[in-house]
Design a protein around this ligand. Structure first.
Ligand code: PEP
Length: 260
């Protein structure tokens, strides 16, 4: 398999600068060199708060596989947009990758699909690697409407996206909302089935470049379930919340992704 595998730790609104730096430093020290070689098909990312980016930045390697990521990104570079931080500012801070459309942003801050799509479009055009998050809430899963729900999120996000922006810089994270931070993981077959659905949709929308995108799973990934999820097939790594705040758990998950 040639698709790039990713494991990205989303630290959410956790860790002041000191502990954030210490965690990044510990992760770098414990990641085996062979996983950090630039040509390895595994990339590891960490997404601290905006204010901890510069504390963590020296421990990441912009040209190698340990990436500094942002938890969000504005749909414009600058202007009268109170509270926003856009691609130019993030690039200046050494960030090359952004999480977009996380369910916590969609649900707590009512980010609509149209805004998620605008952020994605702008960030891809600015040269960022983007992790677009999609995933259904529990009631939708219980009504067996999860596939159409996720496809609608995808088609709204990719509305008017130029085909050439579908490249290795576009990553999808399937994160069922009912599995995020709940300790309840999708079964490997639920995750794998949704990944196949997403891949088939991308293939139809973008052609072969779409079918070749990395699709990550997120939702209560832990060392205990990571290898089984990888073994289900069509899972190219993980977006990890809670377990990414613990260096040894996160690195166990990295190993599962590398070996799976
Ligand atoms: C996330 O925030 O993207 C996430 C998957 O969180 P957790 O691993 O804690 O469920």
């Amino acid at each position: 398999m040639t698709r790039v595998r990713w494991v990205i730790g989303n630290w959410k609104q956790n860790l002041l600068r000191g502990p954030a730096e210490a965690l990044a430093k510990r992760m770098v020290a414990e990641i085996p060199n062979q996983l950090l070689e630039a040509d390895h098909r595994l990339r590891i990312g960490i997404a601290p708060t905006f204010l901890a980016l510069d504390a963590v930045s020296p421990w990441t390697r912009p040209s190698g596989p340990l990436w500094l990521c942002a938890q969000d990104i504005a749909a414009q570079d600058q202007g009268a947009f109170t509270g926003e931080i856009g691609p130019e500012m993030l690039a200046e801070a050494g960030v090359k990758c952004a999480i977009i459309g996380h369910s916590e942003r969609r649900n707590h801050y009512r980010e609509p699909d149209i805004l998620v799509g605008a952020k994605l479009h702008h960030a891809l055009k600015a040269g960022f690697t983007c992790v677009l998050c999609v995933g259904e809430p529990l009631d939708v899963r219980n009504q067996n409407r999860h596939e159409s729900y996720v496809i609608s999120q995808l088609s709204n996000a990719f509305h008017q996206l130029e085909n050439e922006l579908c490249s290795e810089r576009l990553i999808i994270a399937y994160e069922p909302v009912w599995a995020i931070g709940t300790g309840k993981t999708a079964t490997p077959s639920q995750a794998s089935a949704m990944h196949r659905t997403i891949r088939a949709w991308l293939l139809e929308r973008f052609g072969p470049a779409g079918g070749d995108r990395s699709i990550l799973y997120g939702g209560s990934v832990k060392p205990a379930n990571a290898a089984t999820l990888m073994a289900a097939g069509d899972i190219d790594g993980f977006l990890v919340g809670g377990a990414s705040l613990d260096a040894s758990k996160f690195l166990d998950i990295v190993h599962a992704a590398a070996n799976g």
